[in-house]
Design a protein around this ligand. Structure first.
Ligand SMILES: *[C@@H]1O[C@H](CO)[C@@H](O)[C@H](O)[C@H]1NC(C)=O
Ligand SMILES: *[C@@H]1O[C@H](CO)[C@@H](O)[C@H](O)[C@H]1NC(C)=O
Ligand SMILES: *[C@@H]1O[C@H](CO)[C@@H](O)[C@H](O)[C@H]1NC(C)=O
Ligand SMILES: *[C@@H]1O[C@H](CO)[C@@H](O)[C@H](O)[C@H]1NC(C)=O
Ligand SMILES: *[C@@H]1O[C@H](CO)[C@@H](O)[C@H](O)[C@H]1NC(C)=O
Ligand SMILES: *[C@@H]1O[C@H](CO)[C@@H](O)[C@H](O)[C@H]1NC(C)=O
Ligand SMILES: *[C@@H]1O[C@H](CO)[C@@H](O)[C@H](O)[C@H]1NC(C)=O
Ligand SMILES: *[C@@H]1O[C@H](CO)[C@@H](O)[C@H](O)[C@H]1NC(C)=O
Ligand SMILES: *[C@@H]1O[C@H](CO)[C@@H](O)[C@H](O)[C@H]1NC(C)=O
Ligand SMILES: *[C@@H]1O[C@H](CO)[C@@H](O)[C@H](O)[C@H]1NC(C)=O
Ligand SMILES: *[C@@H]1O[C@H](CO)[C@@H](O)[C@H](O)[C@H]1NC(C)=O
Ligand SMILES: [Cu+2]
Length: 350
């Protein structure tokens, strides 16, 4: 059975209580993704509760050190941090990662609502003019006592496990307000990326300003290139970034459903936690002792790793490139992720 079919078998098996009819060959009912502000208050509460459900559920992957299902879903990002950033697979990996998180919310925690994104463009200059950071939802800034621990909201005192090298040490969710950074996803930067007509150049544009915007505006764990999915806000941020990529694809859909490129091996210094730079824990995490040298990362360090990417051992990302989700979902190729409306993702942004 191809991994493509396996994804579908899983989705089909899981869809009984969803208002989603899927079968092996198609995406028959596209799931809507909307701005957080457009969720109903019931959906907002259910969404938060589904993340809390993962946080309170025991780990299942069998990765040493994992305690909760939340540790499990963070793991594919932690273990591959060096091979899914600064590379062509950056956007496809994160697209599939959103679906992996959604899959766990729906199949293990009964979430049936729409998936939210954080409309960061709309939030420029008024980041806190929303209920998102309220006590009943994600909570707000970390403390100002130097630990930056998040102590309010539904994720107050959330305990995370992974450090930047894949080793394990309990630490708290942290945030440091830097709302000015949201302007990196302003109209000028979005237009600049949209003006690029090939993926080989465009991926890097999205990976720059618009990607940094939400990570930096929240900072703390969200500002750490390896550990950021520890913050539940990560998924709303990356969904917004994925929306920008999809909107770019839709500007010339027939061509851009097939347009892939970029390197498999990041430029020196561009990957998180890398020996020569990038995010090494972005302040807080560093201060909390995140080691600088990643040893647990899959890939990203040399040609010996490119073999299993499926790109014929080369340094150029192709549609054949394998995206690995640490057995939370089956391996797929980038080709299967290109169409947001296709069977694997089966979603649309509104
Ligand atoms: C797939 O789903 C669609 C819509 O529910 C249905 O019309 C079609 O017959 C299904 N195909 C198979 C092979 O089950
Ligand atoms: C879907 O795929 C599974 C696994 O390959 C297979 O057992 C099942 O019969 C397929 N269902 C349809 C409707 O094609
Ligand atoms: C989201 O909310 C805005 C403002 O309340 C509204 O204009 C827009 O139509 C809504 N979008 C959807 C998809 O419901
Ligand atoms: C976070 O801190 C900023 C700057 O002090 C403040 O404007 C904002 O209201 C705070 N947000 C929350 C949700 O407490
Ligand atoms: C979170 O931890 C702080 C101090 O570490 C404590 O004062 C507070 O009661 C805790 N809050 C929750 C909801 O556990
Ligand atoms: C964002 O705002 C900061 C501070 O006002 C400014 O220095 C920076 O140039 C702005 N960046 C963009 C992309 O507008
Ligand atoms: C891709 O776009 C960039 C920036 O617009 C341009 O410099 C480059 O020549 C283009 N590459 C190809 C292969 O079209
Ligand atoms: C792969 O591409 C990146 C970015 O262009 C480059 O920095 C790196 O040196 C290349 N690696 C190899 C092994 O060719
Ligand atoms: C790592 O972070 C620390 C603390 O923020 C900083 O002093 C150091 O220069 C950083 N190292 C690299 C290689 O970026
Ligand atoms: C993908 O793999 C297939 C089969 O191995 C091969 O025919 C095709 O040329 C590859 N495509 C790319 C873009 O590398
Ligand atoms: C999935 O991908 C990973 C990394 O590319 C590879 O190590 C693993 O063997 C693949 N698993 C399957 C079942 O193909
Ligand atoms: Cu990432």
């Amino acid at each position: 059975m191809s991994s493509f079919k396996l994804v579908h078998a899983l989705l089909v098996a899981a869809s009984v209580r969803l208002a989603v009819a899927q079968n092996n060959s198609s995406c028959t009912e596209i799931r809507a993704r909307v701005s957080w502000t457009n969720l109903t208050s019931d959906e907002k509460t259910a969404y938060i509760n589904a993340d809390l459900c993962l946080i309170n559920a025991p780990a299942k992957l069998g990765v040493e050190g994992a305690v909760t299902r939340w540790d499990d879903i963070q793991w594919p990002h932690v273990v591959q941090a060096a091979s899914v950033h600064g590379v062509g697979a950056f956007l496809p990996f994160h697209r599939y990662y959103l679906t992996a998180h959604e899959h766990l919310m729906r199949t293990e925690c009964g979430y049936t609502g729409r998936m939210p994104y954080w409309d960061e463009f709309a939030a420029i200059g008024r980041m806190y003019d929303t209920d998102m950071f309220d006590d009943q939802y994600f909570g707000g800034n970390g403390t100002d006592d130097g630990t930056y621990q998040v102590i309010d909201g539904q994720f107050a005192n959330l305990t995370l496990r992974w450090l930047g090298d894949g080793s394990v040490k309990d630490h708290y969710l942290t945030r440091i307000n830097d709302e000015g950074a949201l302007n990196q996803t302003d109209q000028e930067n979005i237009d600049k990326c949209n003006a690029i007509t090939n993926y080989t150049s465009a991926w890097e544009c999205w990976s720059g300003g618009p990607h940094s915007a939400g990570h930096q505006a929240i900072s703390g764990i969200m500002g750490d290139g390896t550990l950021s999915p520890g913050d539940p806000l990560f998924y709303l941020h990356h969904s917004y970034l994925d929306k920008l990529w999809w909107e770019w694809q839709k500007l010339d859909l027939p061509n851009r459903l097939l347009d892939m490129g970029g390197p498999n091996i990041p430029e020196a210094g561009s990957q998180p936690g890398g020996p020569s730079g990038g995010s090494n824990g972005t302040g807080v995490a560093s201060a909390r002792g995140v080691p600088e040298n990643p040893s647990g990362h899959l890939g990203g360090t040399g040609p010996e790793f490119t073999d299993y990417f499926g790109d014929n051992g080369g340094n150029v990302t192709t549609l054949n490139h394998t995206i690995y989700m640490a057995n939370i979902l089956p391996n797929v190729t980038i080709a299967q992720l290109m169409d947001l409306n296709g069977p694997v993702i089966c979603s649309e942004y509104y």
